[in-house]
Design a protein. Structure first.
Length: 226
């Protein structure tokens, strides 16, 4: 007769394989939970401030709303400005209705309940067996597959010229963006006026909250000296 240790040695690997398969399918699928996977069409996007590709997928799948109070307004550069080409500037913007407190806020992520680690019946959630299984899989394998979920506002900046839409795309949680050398070189090489559009949304765990957008902003156009 096989003892408890022998049965556990056989059961844990089997459960690990089963749960790992289910978690992988949930993380990469597009089922009822709304999870999506990014494709090669997003390979050129620059992510800053903890923005994630899952949140960007959700934003791109939703139609922008026209709400002037929730859209962005650029502080710099000024519309029609000509910028020196020797150094990348900091682009800054803000939510138009921030002063009026019009922006809905995402609810805080729920805290994970404490787990009773005392011995329970075999197979019960929280039993030592499940603890061993959790140690094998790791608690963050699915949730952190592409980074910590976005909570709060995130902004998609799209730089375009008359001849090329989406010359540069940046997804960030910050109210500013300074191009690095590679990004600034791409913008300088465009040789034409550049328009930046910003679309923002308010997220909770990579999902857009009810009433949270996405919102279209006020674009700005600038040129770069040779």
């Amino acid at each position: 007769m096989r003892g408890p240790l022998s049965r556990r040695a056989l059961l844990v690997p089997a459960l690990a394989a089963l749960v790992s398969t289910a978690m992988y399918a949930g993380a990469c699928g597009g089922g009822d939970g709304g999870e999506t996977s990014s494709g090669p069409e997003l390979d050129d996007v620059i992510y800053e401030g903890g923005a994630t590709d899952e949140a960007l997928d959700v934003l791109l799948a939703a139609a922008p709303k026209d709400d002037p109070a929730q859209g962005t307004v650029f502080d710099a550069p000024a519309n029609g400005a000509t910028l020196p080409g020797d150094a990348a500037p900091e682009l800054t913007f803000h939510i138009a209705g921030t002063a009026q407190g019009a922006a809905p806020r995402a609810a805080p992520a729920p805290r994970r309940a404490a787990v009773d680690l005392r011995a329970r019946e075999p197979g019960a959630a929280g039993s030592p067996l499940w603890g061993e299984l959790g140690a094998l899989l790791g608690p963050a394998r699915a949730a952190r597959a592409h980074g910590t979920p976005v909570n709060g506002r995130a902004y998609l900046l799209v730089f375009s010229t008359p001849g090329r839409e989406g010359l540069l795309r940046v997804f960030t949680t910050r109210l500013s963006y300074t191009p690095d050398a590679a990004a600034w070189g791409k913008l300088r090489a465009a040789g034409a006026p550049i328009t930046v559009d910003v679309t923002n949304a308010i997220f909770e765990n990579n999902r857009i909250v009810q009433g949270g957008g996405p919102f279209a902003g006020e674009p700005v156009t600038f040129s770069i000296e040779p």
